[in-house]
Design a protein. Sequence first.
Length: 481
Amino acid sequence: MSAEPPLSGPARTDDFSLRRAWDGAGASAIAIAHLRSGTRVTFGDLEARVSSAARQLRTRAASHGLAQPVVVHEAHDEIATLVTVLAAARAGLGVCLVRAGTWAATSQRLCSQLVAAGFDGVLREGMLATRSERAPQGDPGAWRLLLHSGGTTGRPKLIRLDLSPAALSGMQRLYRRAGWHPGSHQLGLLPLHHAAGLIPALTGLLGGGRLTVTGRAFDPDDVLDVIAAQSVEWLCTTPTHLRLLALADGFATADLGTLHGVLHTAAACDHETKRRWIERIGETRVHEFYSSTEQVGLTFCSGREWTQRPGTVGKGYLTRVSVRDADGRPVPAGTVGEVYMRSLSHARNSAPGVRRTSDGYCSVGDRGYLDAAGYLFLVGRDGDMFTVGGENVYPAELESAILQVPGVLDVMVRPRSHGVLGSIAEALVVADDPTKATASAIKTHCRRILPPASRPHVLSFVEALPRTEVGKLKRLSTDDH
């Protein structure tokens, strides 16, 4: 298939033109490989699909008399999703990605939110879903990509992603520090309706790289086989995926020699998983960044930095980090407080649910502390903390400790009511061997490294724990089990 000519009209600086990628990759090079279906899409084919889709979107918007519409797309298929995002950008239309299968239940509320965001109409599958009675708001030349996501809070809301040229350039520089380079062959494991899956995929394609997606449910041994068979060079994923891979039977012998870098995000990584990966492929190839869907800022930590300071999520990357008390005042190094960030690459953050200060810092509610050298350590989130006999307990600290015990696969800590102490820590544990011996090993380990209030007073074994597609725990109350 030959590429269609570029769209007519004024040139855009943010049109996500794939032609730039061809300079290094070539139009016949594979852009996306979908393993389950066997589909291979070249850069030439992808450009043709994007150009054609952009023309159709413009035509449909014009037929409905819309000046600034938004396209709602359910992220069923990776190739279709990427084509839609690129085409909407090319056509100058907004695009909102939602999880597959959620439109029917959320359409009315979502349409209202999109109209309130300033769009004059909502298109879905080429049809007009709703129209605004008001004139469109905002800069007509500013392309907007939104996610209908729980973000950091878990409560679905509209979150705008900054994918401006400056922001994407900043992410490319970050990825380079983590082993990525233009033309890298990366494996996509995360859903594209989530920022942690979408941004690396777009960055890779625009850098002339090949994106491989399995199109299958996550299976650790399958993924390890794909890395070896497809000569995958770069991987951006979550700590949960890394832990499952590290626990797989084939991890010790899998051919991971082609991996230039592994970057994890979306949640905290337990020490044991991080150490296993560093021991397996080396500290120069394992990295992490801490951020949020709301894009309030980010930190970066190389494997070498983590080895020197186990548990850190690194220093601010194009971001100033400040830890503050309840009155908004900076606290000394080593003192736990609320983590605030001020991004130097994104415009002032306006995402819902974000706390803002008068001097431009933003917070999503995470708590942590800075060491004397400015490295950030997270201890949990405001909403997760509970007290035991007046002492603050952060579930993440206890969960990280329990995951260090051999045979523990997953864990969640929650408060349980107590007549004397107010509450106590209960641990729900997934283990290879859910026996009294394992429970005893967990309690012994926790007594050795944790203060009394933070130890599990109640321990229960469960078959599985609920997690989101990007590995975040869906915390259960005591009423749920």
